[in-house]
Write a protein that binds this ligand. Sequence first.
Ligand code: ARG
Length: 372
Amino acid sequence: MKQGRIVLAAAVFALAGLITFLVCLPSAFARQDIGLQVQGKLMATEPAPFIDGSRIMVPVREVAGNLGAEVTWDEEKQAVNIVKGEYRVALVIGQTQAVVNGENINLDSAPVIVAGRAMVPVRVLAEGLQVPVSWDGAARVVSLGKSALVAGSSLDFPPFEYKEGNDIVGFEIDLIKAIEEMWGEDIIIKDVSFDRLIPSLRSGEVDLIVSGITITEDRKKVIDFTEPYFVWSEMILSTKGADQDMGLGDLAGQKIAFQLGTTGQELVADLAEKYPDTQLLMFESLEEVWTAVEKGKADAAVISYPPTAHYLKNHPDNNLQMVGQIPSADSTGIAVRKGNQELLDKLNKSLKTLEENGTYDRLWEKWFGSGR
Ligand code: ARG
């Protein structure tokens, strides 16, 4: 009996502990750091913004500064004054009273000093300086001013866009980075499966598509494209020492490898029909095609340019080389929502600049090596 009571007491004690733990859990997590975006630019601040109860607190100097306001600090009064044109916000550390554009208001959370920096509720700043503020709960990012553009991309397409560990890399990712740099704005890359890209653009989930997307008449009915910046092509692959500047006709009567289901297949099938002594070797993967040429099983291959050029660029010491290029009519552009002329014009202008200032060529060389 006595033992029973001890067991019961222990159980009650354990339960009480569990309840305390669960009740305390939210407050332990209440002060979590969050991301910050000001005027479309993601910022790393020290200290980072945090949520205090239900209020988002941000470092006043950096945020107001980036919104074009002047921030002054009165050490004696422990007061922060923020001025931008006719807008004025006056706050005091530890006090929930504030003066915003001449009116006395009450704050839910008082400004505090963290690591020597004044942290203030984001809402009073946004309302005082009349800038939009928004909260992205999924990404845990608070945004002030205009928000960053989101580019949808299916990150499964080397060397255009793909993941390398945690990094997002590729030819088009570099193009976007170059544009970001010119604009002084962040463009957030969002991984969206290829079939979901056009719906996501139309619904506003993303603002642009950068995904090796071919400009087609059908797609042009529902979305708008920039000028093309990449023209697809097939290449003729052979071994080092083979003749250069080959065209399809030069492959008549030879052993030619290709990848099943590709444009290359159509090209070599036509050739074999015209020249029946041509032998075709079909493979499922690109790697198998490369190996067949490298090992001399095939004299040449007709194969998609971008992945193969990328492979050659990264394996300079193998025995393979490009000996000819067959352009197709397909080209790639950046897509925007139908009628978003402002963004379209801005992108076209920037693409032109990148072409003119040599950035495009530099990126081409970086990802494809040769062939432009
Ligand atoms: N160019 C093709 C198209 O537009 C395929 C592009 C695939 N892109 C990707 N990131 N997976 O349909």
